[in-house]
Design a protein. Structure first.
Length: 311
């Protein structure tokens, strides 16, 4: 049985406690780590927890459940995949944060793993995936930790909701069946949806803006019938460096509340090119908010009509 042990590390200009907190709080992960699509808590104890993670490995969406042991005193988090996805037979490791000074820390990421049937080609595939993901995770972690304060005004979230006189299942199905959106939604020109793993979708769309221009986006989506669909956009419009969100469908006494939530980080490098030399961060924020909200409200409106038509 071949068990591979590897370590990656990086230095960040941020206090060790800050870094530890960002890694400990898994709801931050889609915003911090490029491969991570979505994370959910399955169980939570004082220092032990089970989390389900959806992420890409070598460009393919995968999901697994991990156990984590948090040790805030030692600034260490141990993790172990419960059920690994082939070709991985077993995977675990640790995050260790070491303070170098009051404002600088070393982040160490340890992994140990083995391949199904000790297959050498599979082990090579895992070596490459772990190396690529570890490097991108550490680089992104450093960038995001160091920018955390500077980017406060660049990061924002908002939500749009409609009340539906119908069933949550019917509203959910409209959002889930994105392969039909080019027939059902005027602002969607073409759409390509694949779902090789049940509940884990890859969605590519060409969307028409109000000015007639068409832009292509790609998202990974995680579905939770019939109450939630979470997503992370990986091919982004020019004014965003991050776009995550989720659709929720909540049964109420009067029907269903259907909501669309967005979290965005603005790309300041493109503001002048897209909106003009005099445009500010506030202008970009308003522009992006309006564009996303317009599409969300349109989609929610059509989903509402679809569900109410089913009654």
């Amino acid at each position: 049985m071949t068990i591979r042990e590897v370590e990656h590390e990086i230095t960040a200009a941020a206090p060790a406690e800050t870094v530890y907190r960002l890694i400990a709080e898994v709801e931050n992960w889609p915003r911090i780590f490029p491969p991570t699509i979505h994370v959910e808590h399955v169980e939570r104890g004082a220092n032990d927890e089970r989390i389900q993670i959806w992420a890409t490995a070598n460009g393919e969406p995968k999901n697994w459940t991990s156990r984590r042991t948090l040790d805030p005193g030692s600034l260490r988090i141990d993790f172990r995949q419960e059920v690994s996805t082939p070709p991985v037979a077993a995977m675990g490791g640790a995050w260790i944060i070491e303070p170098l000074s009051a404002t600088e820390s070393r982040i160490r990421l340890l992994h140990d793993y083995r391949a199904v049937d000790d297959d050498p080609d599979s082990l090579k595939w895992i070596d490459e995936a772990v190396d690529r993901n570890s490097r991108s995770e550490l680089a992104a972690l450093r960038t995001n930790v160091e920018r955390a304060h500077a980017e406060d005004e660049l990061t924002f979230s908002f939500e749009d909701s409609v009340t539906v006189d119908g069933a949550a299942k019917d509203v959910y199905e409209f959002i889930n069946e994105a392969q039909l959106w080019s027939q059902r939604l005027p602002h969607v020109a073409t759409v390509r949806l694949t779902e090789d793993t049940p509940g884990l979708q890859t969605l590519e769309m060409d969307t028409r803006a109000k000015d007639g221009s068409v832009h292509t986006t790609k998202s990974y989506r995680v579905t939770f019938p019939h109450h939630k669909i979470a997503y992370k956009q990986v091919t982004l419009p020019a004014l965003m460096t991050l776009h995550t969100g989720y659709w929720t469908f909540t049964e109420t006494d009067t029907g269903v509340t259907a909501s669309s939530q967005h979290t965005v980080v603005l790309n300041t490098a493109n503001i002048a090119r897209i909106l003009g030399e005099d445009a500010t961060v506030a202008d970009a924020r308003a522009y992006v908010h309006n564009a996303l909200s317009t599409n969300s409200k349109a989609t929610l409106g059509h989903a509402k009509a679809h569900a109410e038509g089913r009654r």
